[in-house]
Design a protein around this ligand. Structure first.
Ligand code: ZN
Length: 245
């Protein structure tokens, strides 16, 4: 498949802009006499919120090196290629995901949704992770699952029984009620009207180097050692704030 000079220029421009600041900051820093449309905003790989060795020994630097540096980067690169020159170029990631889902554009959906899923997943883990949720989220987990232990069991079960690649989720519906779901491949809660509160990536690339085929052990370690309940609680509080607004 040949690449026209125009395509090449577009990709070069996107790559050059990816070297710059995160796209929100870049847009704000443009001189006021430059139309924003003059520079289509390419998606960029967000940095990990911690050092790549910070989750050791539970998740190795090597796993994060590949998972973030290769897999996540590839989804970003592919999404930029697929939206270049289309009406979706420069649109927010969420808009691209929903449009691709509605248009049954499977290739674009898979890549764009995986950009979102991985960005979300990195924040679902923390070097100071583990423990149990607190505050409003903790109360709602008690209410909707009966106990934290029952939630943990349901979440692990979702991850273990997701056949092939996919994700385990804690989601909230519009009323704030929590449930555990699993999705195949790149699918994510926003396309079914739910809000993601927490996720665990159960694609083999997430755990194979550290756990080989022992997905249940990976899920147990995720919940006991690295899960970031602070982030999940913020997601739940933000949902409540949006509903109140
Ligand atoms: Zn992944």
């Amino acid at each position: 498949m040949g690449m026209s000079r125009r395509d090449f220029m577009r990709i070069t421009l996107a790559s050059a802009s990816m070297m710059a600041l995160p796209h929100t900051a870049r847009a704000a820093s443009l001189p006021t006499n430059v139309k924003k449309e003059a520079l289509p905003m390419a998606f960029t790989l967000p940095p990990l919120p911690y050092d790549k060795s910070a989750l050791e020994p539970h998740i190795s630097a090597q796993t994060l090196e590949f998972h973030h540096g290769k897999h996540h980067q590839a989804y970003v690169t592919k999404t930029n290629e697929l939206v270049a020159g289309t009406p979706l170029e420069g649109k927010p990631l969420e808009d691209v995901i929903v449009a691709a889902w509605n248009d049954k554009n499977q290739v674009l959906f898979n890549n764009a949704a995986q950009v979102w899923n991985h960005t979300f997943f990195w924040s679902c883990m923390s070097p100071n992770g583990g423990g149990k949720p607190t505050g409003k989220l903790a109360q709602q987990i008690e209410k909707d699952f009966g106990s934290y232990e029952k939630f943990a069991e349901a979440f692990k079960q979702a991850g273990v029984t997701q056949f092939g690649s996919g994700w385990a989720w804690l989601v909230a519906d519009a009323s704030g009620k929590l449930s555990v779901t699993k999705t195949p491949n790149a699918e994510l809660p926003m396309v079914t009207g739910n809000t993601a509160i927490l996720t665990c990536d159960v694609w083999e690339h997430a755990y194979y180097l550290d756990y080989q085929n022992r997905r249940p052990d990976f899920l147990t370690t995720f919940l006991e050692k690295v899960v970031n309940w602070e982030f999940a609680a913020e997601n739940y509080d933000n949902l409540a704030a949006q509903q109140a607004a």
